[in-house]
Design a protein around this ligand. Structure first.
Ligand code: HAM
Length: 415
């Protein structure tokens, strides 16, 4: 019986992990420069947390969550996203009392039982950020700038930013009714999924991917033309800040996003280098969510971005990121005492932070040299009886072939 990964999950193999680390360190660097601190929440939570925040009627909650009863019959769910858990942690740990504005980021696996395809996995990884405690449009823009800055630092400069305002509890109900009246006129011609949404979540009909649905709803009223004064002013500020930053964006009145908690700003970043799953990142404001989850009224805004999709774009652009670590020094031992000496010496160097490697397989000198080459070791020292006696050896630069004498007590590497 051979065990295999579960459909929609992937190993990140030794040859790939260095690239992941490289990307993750760019994420951490940018997050830190924007003064975001890391938060790590558990991989599973009470099911109700997600149902309540993301919305019972969304695809995520109604079709995609990994939900099960644990051994004490409690319903738990593998987290499908990071926002709900961040707010749960904020409330549970009274983070709002420690500072008026909490800026956090996260990197980690998320779980959704979607149909796997290129760029769509069942265990995937997101990096994201949430800013809790302020309603300034500056933070909405910061949530767009953060992923864009990370992409830029990684050399990705072709993406598209779409923004919209989905209104608030004051202006959305009236718009919803208006839209429903229009949608009912074409009800029988809509796709099955959209028909279900007409009564429950009519805004989502507008961002249906179905061609026919799009045609039928082409001239329908859009939320961003029916905003209350407060939402309209907020949306105008977001746009003027984006203009001031000289960021290119498109207002897309149909953009709704698949999570119900958004108020005011919603946005998505897509890449043409990706196929049908082209969303690199998405986010928005959620000023009512904290209260919905039992906390004090606290405005919030955030974003999350897929790591696998980012790596796919990097691969498509053929960005040559050589991030894997290579040994600085590989010791080739000629006999058993030399091998033991090499083992002890490499431990000493490793404690100084120098990546040193030896042969553990009792290989011949020739195959030890081959191994040093395969690992792309920068230097090789061959040690035998003679070298141990004189405490000197030849340090070979593997790139130039140049050899220099070194003292085995004080090995130094030319830069
Ligand atoms: P989301 O749009 O559901 O938003 O996910 C954000 C990103 O995660 C997507 O743009 C995509 O890159 C990636 N992603 C989502 N599902 C998959 C999948 N099955 N396979 C691979 N990648 C995927 C959220 O999750 C919100 N929590 C964002 C947010 C934070 N809003 C406010 N704060």
């Amino acid at each position: 019986m051979k065990f295999r990964t579960i459909k929609g999950t992937k190993d990140i193999l030794p040859g790939e992990s260095a690239l992941w680390q490289y990307v993750e360190s760019a994420v951490r660097r940018v997050m830190q420069s924007f003064n975001y601190q890391e938060i790590r929440t558990p991989a599973f939570e009470q099911t109700g947390l997600f149902a309540r925040s993301i919305g019972e009627l969304t695809d995520i909650v109604s079709k995609e969550m990994y939900t099960f009863l644990d051994r004490s019959e409690e319903s738990v769910t593998l987290r499908p996203e990071g926002t709900a858990a961040t707010l749960r942690a904020f409330i549970q740990n009274n983070l709002g009392e420690q500072s008026p504005l909490t800026k956090v980021y996260y990197i980690g696996p998320m779980f959704r039982q979607e149909r796997p395809q290129a760029g769509r996995l069942r265990q995937f990884h997101q990096f994201g950020a949430e800013a809790l405690g302020a309603s300034s449009p500056q933070l909405d823009v910061e949530m767009m700038v953060l992923p864009l800055e990370i992409y830029k630092q990684l050399g990705i400069d072709r993406f598209s930013l779409k923004i919209n305002s989905v209104g608030c509890e004051k202006c959305r109900p009236a718009y919803k009714q208006l839209l429903q009246t229009e949608l009912r006129k074409v009800f029988t011609q809509l796709s099955h999924d959209s028909q279900v949404r007409v009564e429950q979540n009519p805004l989502r009909v507008l961002d249906s991917k179905d061609e026919k649905d799009r045609e039928l709803t082409a001239g329908m009223p859009l939320m961003n033309n029916h905003l209350c004064d407060e939402c309209a002013v907020h949306f105008a500020s977001v746009q003027s800040l984006l203009d001031a930053l000289e960021l290119t964006y498109e207002v897309d009145g149909r953009l709704v996003r698949g999570l119900d908690y958004y108020t005011k700003t919603a946005f998505e970043i897509t890449s043409t280098a990706l196929g049908s799953q082209d969303a690199l990142a998405g986010g928005g404001r959620y000023d009512l969510l904290m209260e919905e989850l039992g906390g004090k009224q606290t405005p919030g805004v955030g974003f999350a971005a897929g790591l696998e999709r980012l790596l796919m774009v990097l691969a498509k652009l053929e960005k040559n990121i050589t991030a894997s670590s290579v040994p600085v020094i590989y010791f080739v031992g000629l006999d058993e005492p030399s091998r033991i000496w090499a083992f002890l010496k490499s431990n000493e160097l490793r404690r100084q932070g120098i990546c040193a490697e030896v042969d553990y397989l009792g290989r011949s000198v020739k195959s030890q040299m081959r191994e040093a080459n395969r690992m792309q070791a920068r230097f090789v020292i061959v040690v035998g009886e003679q070298e141990l006696k004189t405490k000197t050896a030849r340090l070979k630069n593997m790139q130039t072939g140049e050899e220099t004498a070194v003292s085995l007590d004080h090995i130094t590497f030319p830069s």
